[in-house]
Design a protein around this ligand. Structure first.
Ligand SMILES: [Zn+2]
Length: 121
């Protein structure tokens, strides 16, 4: 399947960027069929307790936003809103991860400063 995002690098910072305009509800990438039973830096919890290893997928470059434009549905990343070409693709880790392997202080610009993203808990 055609993937609608490309990985961009900004120093060590990786992000996934739309390589074309994406309509709401469209599939951006299908998650790989490679699951593990623990979270790590590259995994996405596609279903409770099912951590998809995305190290080899463009999905592994998707960063968190508290105001995301994409979401995880049925083992795919789908556009939650219309996404313009060259816009960064983001998901809300608090909606997917029960307990994150590596919590971090959010820099998304949509939340209160000092917000720590650690999963649903
Ligand atoms: Zn935030």
């Amino acid at each position: 399947m055609n993937e609608l995002g490309s990985i961009h690098f900004d120093g060590f910072y990786r992000k996934l960027v739309a390589n074309q305009d994406i309509h709401q509800g469209e599939t951006i990438v299908v998650l790989p069929l490679d699951s593990q039973d623990y979270p790590d830096q590259y995994s996405i919890e596609a279903s409770p307790g099912i951590h998809i290893n995305c190290e080899q997928s463009i999905a592994g470059a998707i960063n968190h936003s508290c105001n995301p434009n994409a979401a995880v549905r049925h083992f795919r990343i789908i556009a939650w809103k219309c996404i313009k070409e060259n816009e960064e693709i983001t998901i809300d880790y608090r909606k997917t991860e029960y307990k994150m392997a590596v919590p971090f202080e959010c820099q998304c610009g949509f939340c209160e400063s000092g917000t720590v993203i650690k999963g649903m808990e």
